[in-house]
Design a protein around this ligand. Sequence first.
Ligand code: CTP
Ligand code: MG
Length: 248
Amino acid sequence: MKQRVAAIVLAAGKGTRMQSKVHKQFLLLDGKPLLWYSLQAFEQSQVQDVILVTGEESVEYCQKEVVERFDFQKVRAVTAGGKERYHSVYAGLNVLLKECRYGAEDFVMIHDGARPFADADLIERIRHEVQIYGACVAGMPSKDTIKISDEEGFAVQTPKRQYVWTIQTPQAFSYSLIKGAYDKMMEREDCQQGITDDAMVVERMTDKKVRLTEGSYRNIKVTTPEDMVTAEAFLAEKRRTEAEIGKK
Ligand code: CTP
Ligand code: MG
């Protein structure tokens, strides 16, 4: 059977750091919910199946006001996430098995719905590299010097900058690798401490090495209010570029 690639788009967070009335994934950017941008990117990519994970209270809203309203054809299910990001990812992985029968041959990309600028080139790079390495995550070399502090807030270590990356999504894996790693982790509460991304689950629960794939400095996660200002500027720039190309 042909290898399939799915995307799990995460939109079940509460957006605490954004301090907005509506959860940040539903904030409007140029008239469309933030979440629309990643769904649109996957719709136009080689990814075949999309699972949208949102809060239990937003499942119906997403189905009607996002998926049906904007006619996203690849969304196979809108499902409820959980308390932590990893609970939401696990819900998505289980739906992929149940609804789409994903298995050992297949691949899955996990993407934050709060990252509106994962473009076609990036998704294609990730798709290409996951098929080679079995596990890869988007990231960029850190522009800033990074310091590790002690508990009192004093610098104790400065890692060599050439080895420091800031990590983004999509994060992509062979389906059986990531499902196996998550199954194991979900059984062990002591392994769940401090999990902030999917690569960490693979690093903690398996021997598999995760490849760092070049992301983009534009592929920001909208986290705090000023990120919306940046997102608006990036979008305006994108529109200008598209208009220029259209003129040629
Ligand atoms: N996410 C999720 N389920 C959770 C927590 C987060 O699906 N229980 C999603 C968010 O919706 C977001 C992505 O994971 O698209 C990255 O998480 P983050 O930026 O931390 O979003 P929030 O958790 O919503 O924000 P905050 O941490 O500020 O509360
Ligand atoms: Mg969070």
